[in-house]
Ligand binder design. Structure first.
Ligand SMILES: [Ca+2]
Ligand SMILES: [Ca+2]
Length: 430
């Protein structure tokens, strides 16, 4: 038996001698093949091993079969462990990959994804996480004797930059909800993020109405050739204000609420100005999505086309009435005599009305154009002036009449009849 004798020779290192075991005692009963192949290194047999051998002897199976079963069991455990390990590794690798992809995205143009969304302007950031819009210092005071609420717009600080130059042209709109009868605006401050407004606005309101109202202060960025974007807003419920003191405090601007904007419908009309003939032609084409004003869920719309000169009511025309429709088609043309010197000082006011046979007609929506108009309306007016003799058609979103009236405060009618004014100005230009 060469295998059993192999570990015995004196070549064994000295440290094995410290544990002298009666190797031959336990090895001898083992069958020749199994002991030699599986325990080549275990020349020494501990009491535990002896016990193990006893146990094996009790199993009514040949020794090699027991070993095979053990070997297969061990192999299965090893395979299972390997599987679990590889799964864990894969998961971690995937996580790492995702993280890397995210980092890769944020690295585009050296800006983070949130910065990219923000740079698109206010509307894009509505759904995103909270962005800092700046803060506003305001004051509130109520005089019960006069039934008058005074809102002071003092100053703003660290406003969000809305323009390419990293600045904004802020102004503040103030009104009271839900009445919204008067909309006040501060002056526009050009290219600053820390404007000092120092303006006050008063609103007539009873104490009982006051306690059910909300003051809205909206900070906008002025832009000459596009829609004014909102920077942020404050909404203060007036029932929770302590009216025994004058309130003056800073508050952080919040994300603008969208629910309030009422949909009043849209109107399409074309404008054409011929300077040589001094003719301004307005063609009222059609309207859609108008508000229903009557009990039957419909309206009887017609359109008023009004001209104001130097903010004074000047000339007025009307379309026919279209019965029971919210999408009327008019295609009616109106021509006014307007000289080149007057066209710069003219406002064109377009309003949609609901005709009622018995009661007073109601205004459904309004807009005004002119050199002092803003956004879409100003663009249409400018397009008309820069394309003489060519009709320019455009759709416009209607605003509330109150909204337009508060911005465009028209004085009373020009005392002299329109034609006389025109003639006098033609002969005696300013
Ligand atoms: Ca601007
Ligand atoms: Ca009606």
């Amino acid at each position: 038996m060469p295998a059993v004798q192999q570990p015995d020779p004196p070549t064994t290192p000295p440290w094995t001698t410290t544990r002298p075991n009666p190797a031959n005692v336990s090895v001898s009963p083992l069958p020749a093949i199994s002991s030699t192949t599986i325990h080549p290194t275990n020349a020494t047999i501990s009491p535990a091993e002896a016990f193990f051998n006893d146990l094996l002897n009790q199993i009514p199976l040949p020794r090699w079969a027991v070993y095979v079963i053990f070997a297969v069991g061990g192999l299965l455990i090893v395979i299972c462990c390997l599987c679990v390990c590889t799964k864990c590794c894969c998961k971690e690798k995937k996580k790492k990959k995702k993280k890397d992809e995210q980092i890769g995205l944020t690295g585009v143009n050296g800006k983070s994804t949130t910065a990219l969304i923000q740079s698109d302007g206010g509307e894009a950031s509505y759904g995103s996480t909270k962005t800092y819009r700046g803060k506003l210092l305001y004051s509130l005071e109520y005089s019960a004797a006069l039934s008058e609420l005074t809102v002071g717009i003092k100053q703003a600080s660290s406003l969000k930059a809305m323009d390419f130059g990293g600045s904004s042209d802020p102004y503040v709109k103030v009104y009271i909800c839900p009445s919204k009868t008067k909309i006040c605006e501060t002056k526009v401050f050009k290219s600053t993020l820390n404007p000092v407004f120092n303006e006050q606005f008063s609103f007539q309101i009873s104490k009982s109405a006051l306690l059910k109202s909300t003051v809205v202060m909206k900070v906008f960025d002025f832009d000459r050739f596009s829609k004014h974007e909102i920077i942020g807003e404050l909404r203060l419920e007036l029932c929770s204000v302590d009216w025994n003191h004058v309130i003056e405090e800073w508050q952080e601007l919040a994300e603008p609420a969208q629910f309030e904007e009422e949909n009043l419908g849209e109107i399409c009309f074309s404008l054409r100005y011929v300077p040589t003939a001094s003719k301004l032609t307005v063609v009222i084409l059609e309207a859609k999505n108008l508000k229903s004003m009557d009990m039957n869920g419909s309206s009887d719309p017609y359109v008023k086309v009004q001209l104001a000169l130097d903010k004074r009511k000047w000339k007025k025309r009307k379309t026919s009435i279209k019965k029971k429709t919210l999408s009327p088609y008019f295609n009616e043309s109106f021509t006014f005599d307007v000289t080149l010197s007057q066209i710069q000082r003219v406002n064109l006011v377009i309003s949609v009305w609901d005709h009622d046979a018995v009661t007073r007609n109601d205004a459904m929506g309004k807009i005004y154009l002119g050199c002092d108009a803003t956004g879409n309306q100003l663009r249409h007016w400018a397009d008309m002036l820069s394309n003489p003799r060519r009709p320019v058609a455009q759709w416009h979103t209607l605003l509330t009449p109150q909204q337009v009236n508060s911005t465009l405060t028209l004085k009373k009618r020009i005392p002299i009849p329109g034609k006389l004014v025109e003639n006098s100005q033609r002969f005696f230009p300013h």
